[in-house]
Design a protein around this ligand. Structure first.
Ligand code: SAM
Length: 268
């Protein structure tokens, strides 16, 4: 156990920086969580107080990025909220069977489980040259992991058998206990760092955008900003998915309309 304590005044400064950089609204009760997530840095640098680490974060952009990486919660798994993947499959069959290019954005993609789950569904319906998926996240470490597409074997249990057989390669030797996403499939996905607080103009327009399990970290003002940014990247008639545990109650939907639980559509 460490004897280094994160003081209330230091915590307030971290809270401000994290909110300004990532929009993540850290509850006042989370002081111990922040203390434990950042402790590793103090130990690595042999610092004796969080104020010393704070100074590094304030003067060094890379240090600030690392700090946000440590704070952001990246929990994810394959076929999370599987209603959305059933929806995706029937949507493509109904509306997009003959599309030239079906484009999906996994916004806040974490290590890529959501994007690869979508890829498995889409690839089993559309030819490979007719779709692409972009995954973005503010956390540079999870973006690197998503690009690699290597996961602990325990994660495979959530993947339906037909996709497991088609797209998951069992690791051997040094990769024992892991599985790798089939490279042919992975080539249709591109993972990039991007902050949802900023307008994202260089990714093109999408038929469907997943923005799931990230709005919970934002206050209403930030939610509005992020939803506006994301809606801007939807094609007219395109679909926008949030988590079933989230809501847009306090948000001005603008061009979006709700069409089912946790599913919105950009008005035609
Ligand atoms: C809990 S994960 C959700 C992953 C996936 N969408 C899912 O539902 O399983 C939330 C992700 O949002 C990312 N995130 C938090 N704030 C962000 C921001 N301002 N811009 C982009 N990504 C952000 C975190 O780094 C984290 O990987």
């Amino acid at each position: 156990m460490s004897s280094i304590v994160l003081k209330e005044s230091e915590f307030k400064v971290f809270q401000k920086i994290i909110y300004a950089e990532a929009g993540i609204d850290i509850d006042d009760k989370k002081i111990l969580l922040v203390q434990s997530r950042l402790l590793k840095k103090l130990l690595d640098y042999k610092l004796s107080s969080y104020s010393e680490y704070l100074r590094l974060v304030q003067i060094n952009t890379k240090e600030k990025t690392d700090m946000i990486n440590l704070i952001s919660t990246n929990e994810t798994y394959f076929f999370r909220e599987d209603e959305h993947f059933t929806f995706l499959s029937s949507l493509i069959n109904k509306e997009f069977k003959n599309i030239n290019m079906f484009r999906v954005w996994s916004a806040a993609s974490s290590v890529g489980a959501e994007a690869y789950s979508s890829a498995m569904v889409i690839d089993s319906i559309l030819p490979r040259d007719k779709w692409e998926i972009i995954g973005t996240d503010i956390n540079s470490e999870v973006v690197k992991k998503a690009r690699i597409g290597l996961y602990p074997e325990s994660w495979i249990t959530k993947i339906p058998d037909k996709y497991k057989r088609a797209y998951c390669l069992k690791g051997r030797g040094s990769q024992d206990g892991k599985f790798l996403i089939d490279r042919g499939l992975a080539n249709n996905l591109h993972f990039k760092e991007a902050n949802l607080l900023e307008p994202i103009n260089n990714l093109g327009k999408f038929d469907i955008i997943f923005l799931r399990n990230v709005l919970i970290y934002f206050d209403d003002a930030t939610k509005q900003r992020v939803v506006d940014n994301v809606a801007n990247s939807l094609k007219t008639g395109g679909f926008f998915l949030i988590s079933h545990t989230e809501n847009l109650n306090m948000i001005n939907l603008g061009t979006l309309e709700q069409v089912a639980t946790a599913i919105y559509r950009k008005k035609i």
